[in-house]
Design a protein around this ligand. Structure first.
Ligand code: ADP
Ligand code: MG
Length: 435
């Protein structure tokens, strides 16, 4: 089953290429391809057979790939019935259709920011339903929650092939409940999820906020599973205490289990993840470049992987070597084109607000300590998120010359390296700017 997201991208790609392909060829060769799933920047496509694959690759691959690239995607072709792609591991014997077979413990890289979540997940494997129930994993987007959630499912199934594992997102569950209410079939939902389940993996519980009816059903199911010692694992982007309009009973239940957070990856973990991927896939990326990427992409693992994939795809298409300079320009371009446009004005406003200063202060030439400090942060974010040159930045920030700006940037980068709290502050400012 393809995800709605991969289906949407694939539809867009087909739409974009259709003017360039005779209609009968489109029907014959392109329509039979179907999206399997998307992962980071990779969109996996199923091709019916070898013959078909040969023709598609020969005639249309370039067009398809370049179109996909303009949507930030790389296509990976998977011939039906075979798993010839090295990115797809051999199917395990007990593969659950809703679980991604790539998300396993063995390729989850552990660092100080996710160590606790990783260990807790392993504990769940050892004593499912008995010790940490529920396990509540929370953290920002792209930090590895889904990876761990699937890893728990995959591993428990490997050890206990008869385990009945149910994987649900909040949205799927809500839809099921709405449907059931309409057709008066709530008891079926209860049967399906509470009576025939040994492990419930539930994604994005924060999305149940405000959905009273759905929460009620969830509580019923949750209680039954809990009483029967069936393991429940939940993910959320907030801790239970910050789930706002969530039924108090649920919050209490969540807190009675084990609540664990995953932080955005720190530099060491970012570098480790890159190095792992580079080694595994035998990529030609210098240490200088991976070091640069690990420094520049701070917010999430997903973005880190995305940036690397994009860089590789661009290098491949343009037949270029991945030099530091090339990496810089691709990353800049990405930040400019894919992320929402962020103006210096907005950056100044957000940073000033955070420090209880006035935007004019940051734009002024004042050297007051607190002003200068906030200004440096704003300059760093502006350098990262806008396309302004050093001297243009200088003009925005109190007519400073570009060497002063550069000096300030270096200071911020150095501090980020040395002080994790400072880095986390910048990550959270960057995230709130991008929202
Ligand atoms: P979340 O659910 O927190 O938004 P995901 O689990 O979807 O994040 O992770 C985003 C991407 O980053 C996935 O491709 C995942 O495999 C990868 N990833 C996250 N953390 C790690 C890690 N520690 N080691 C390896 N890959 C990771
Ligand atoms: Mg997720």
């Amino acid at each position: 089953m393809s995800s709605p997201f991969s289906r949407k991208i694939w539809d867009e790609i087909v739409k974009a290429i259709s003017p360039n392909i005779p209609p009968q060829d489109l029907e014959l060769w392109i329509r039979p391809l179907s999206p399997i799933r998307s992962e980071g920047d990779n969109l996996f496509l199923r091709i019916p057979n070898e013959l078909h694959a040969g023709i598609v690759k020969e005639r249309y691959e370039e067009l398809l790939q370049s179109t996909a690239l303009s949507l930030g995607q790389k296509l990976q072709f998977v011939v039906d019935g075979k798993s010839s792609e090295k990115t797809l591991p051999p199917p395990t014997a007990f593969h659950h259709p809703d679980l991604n077979p790539d998300y396993v413990f063995s390729n989850f890289i552990v660092g100080s920011t996710n160590q606790f979540a990783y260990s807790a997940s392993l504990e769940v494997i050892k004593s499912a339903g008995k010790k940490y129930n529920p396990l509540f994993l929370y953290g920002g987007v792209g930090t590895g929650k889904t990876h761990l959630l699937h890893a728990i499912g995959n591993e428990l199934l490997r050890q206990h092939p008869r385990y009945r594992v149910i994987y649900l997102t909040s949205d799927q569950f809500t839809q099921a409940v709405v449907h059931a209410v309409r057709f008066d079939k709530l008891s079926e939902i209860y049967d399906r999820y509470a009576r025939h389940c040994d492990l419930l993996l539930f994604e994005d519980i924060q999305l149940l906020k405000g959905r009273k009816r759905t929460q009620m059903e969830f509580i019923r199911i949750f209680n039954t599973l809990f009483e029967r010692n069936k393991q429940i694992v939940l993910t959320s982007d907030n801790p239970p205490g910050e789930l706002g309009e969530l039924d108090g009973r649920l919050r209490d239940r969540f807190e009675s289990g084990l609540v664990v957070d995953i932080q955005p990856p720190d530099f060491d973990l970012r570098l480790k993840i890159l190095t792992h991927k580079i080694r595994k896939e035998g990529l030609e990326i210098s240490e200088e470049v991976s070091d640069y990427l690990a420094r520049a992409v701070t917010t999430s693992v997903r973005e880190l992987e995305g940036s690397l994939n994009r860089l590789l795809a661009r290098a491949r298409f343009e037949g270029r070597k991945v030099t530091l300079e090339f990496a810089r320009s691709v990353l800049k371009e990405y930040q400019r084109s894919v992320l929402p446009q962020i103006s210096v004005g907005k950056i100044i406003k957000v940073v000033a607000e955070y420090y209880h200063l006035k935007p004019e202060d940051l734009r002024s030439s004042s050297r007051r300590h607190d002003v200068a400090y906030a200004r440096q942060i704003a300059i760093y974010l502006a350098r990262k998120l806008t396309s302004l040159s050093l001297s243009a930045l200088g003009q925005e920030f109190g007519n400073r010359d570009h060497t002063t700006i550069l000096h300030g940037l270096k200071k911020v980068e150095k501090k980020m390296k040395e002080n994790r709290d400072f880095e986390l502050l910048l990550i959270s400012l960057e995230r709130s700017l991008r929202r």
